[in-house]
Design a protein around this ligand. Structure first.
Ligand code: HPA
Ligand code: ZN
Length: 341
């Protein structure tokens, strides 16, 4: 397929984004603007010099910069502007449903109240629902480099806002911080009615994916690249229809894979795993949903059927109700039928 045709097809697909850290959508231009109005001096003298620093050898090198960037966010308006900018951007890419992560501890540990963070994010999500027709779910993520006790404090702080939060996740430094470290707080989160997901098998081993499933009882795995190391695990993922939210440009940027041709998503689709594609931290990794689809499709020579399957899988493993899922899946199918006729 020609590049321009491929781009046009991808643009037109109604898409769901299920793996997006709102703090990772903080574009340098907006970061400078908010820093200025908050009287914060960044360590970089221009957008260009900040962008130059976006070179990572692993997850930790990225996280170090990502947490520094987030320090610019102080007020409800800042969280609102951050979230609204993301939603406008993905609306332009025909994303119709989002499930967004936020990291409360990144902010509460700096003295920003939980409610300041969530009010800003929530108001932007509601506006997007009304004005852009984007549906959403909100996922609060525990930072796995911190203790389980600290995650419990975050759970506690979230309870007044329970009606705005759909689930909990687990992110940050994976190696050395296995899912089992958070067994009790995931159980307590489920008892509060939260749905469960966890990052696993990005840099960590397949064993962490087993733990996320068997010990934390998550419904979906974020990344999950390493599942292909374990044939029994692959069968389990297929049988239980566990979705994997893969992030190809993130995997390249963090050197989880060396080149896009090595990305496991095609092998996963061929095996019948419910693999999906998302952007993770688009401001840091060089692309939003369309760019992730495009770079993957180009490198792996994906055909229209693969693209359709990726889009359908995302709705399938989303947290939308069954009728809304069906509606979106039909729209994807109709879109591809119209293309081939
Ligand atoms: N992995 C783990 N933690 C993260 C990521 C990621 O890709 N992005 C933001 N927090
Ligand atoms: Zn992530």
């Amino acid at each position: 397929m020609e590049s321009s045709e491929l781009k046009k097809i991808i643009q037109g697909i109604p898409k769901a984004e299920l793996h997006l850290h709102i703090e990772g959508s903080f574009e340098p231009e907006l970061m400078f603007e908010i820093a200025k109005r908050n009287n914060i001096t960044l360590d970089y003298d221009s957008v260009a010099s900040l962008k130059k620093a976006y070179k990572f050898n692993n997850l930790q090198e990225f996280l170090d910069l990502y947490y520094i960037g987030a320090q610019v966010l102080l007020h409800e308006q800042d969280f609102y502007d951050l979230t609204w900018a993301y939603l406008k951007k993905v609306h332009s890419q025909n994303v119709v449903h989002v499930e967004v992560f936020f990291d409360p501890q990144t902010h509460t540990d700096r003295g920003i109240p939980f409610e300041v963070v969530i009010n800003g994010i929530y108001k932007a999500l509601e506006k997007a629902k009304d004005e852009l027709n984007i549906s959403y779910k909100l996922i609060m993520s525990y930072l796995r480099h911190l203790s389980e006790e600290e995650a419990f404090k975050t759970l506690e702080s979230s309870l007044p806002f329970k009606h705005w939060i759909d689930g909990v996740g687990l992110d940050s430094s994976e190696k050395g911080n296995p899912p089992s470290k958070f067994t009790k707080v995931f159980k307590a989160s489920a008892d509060e009615g939260y749905k469960l997901v966890a990052h696993a098998g990005e840099e960590g081993p397949a064993e962490y994916i087993w733990e996320a499933l068997d010990v934390l009882h998550v419904q979906r795995i974020d990344h999950g690249n390493r599942c292909l190391d374990d044939a029994v695990l692959v069968q389990r993922l297929i049988q239980e229809k566990i979705g994997l939210t893969l992030c190809p440009l993130s995997n390249i940027a963090l050197k989880v894979i060396q080149k896009m041709q090595d990305h496991p998503v095609l092998k996963m689709l061929d095996k019948g795993i419910l693999a999906t594609i998302h952007s993770d931290d688009p401001a840091y990794f060089g692309g939003y949903m369309n760019e992730n689809y495009y770079e993957t499709a180009k490198a792996l020579n994906l055909n229209k059927h693969h693209l359709m399957q990726l889009a359908i899988n995302a709705f399938e493993v989303s947290w939308l109700d069954p009728e809304t899922k069906e509606k979106h899946i039909s729209e994807v199918q109709n879109y591809f039928s119209a293309l081939s006729s």
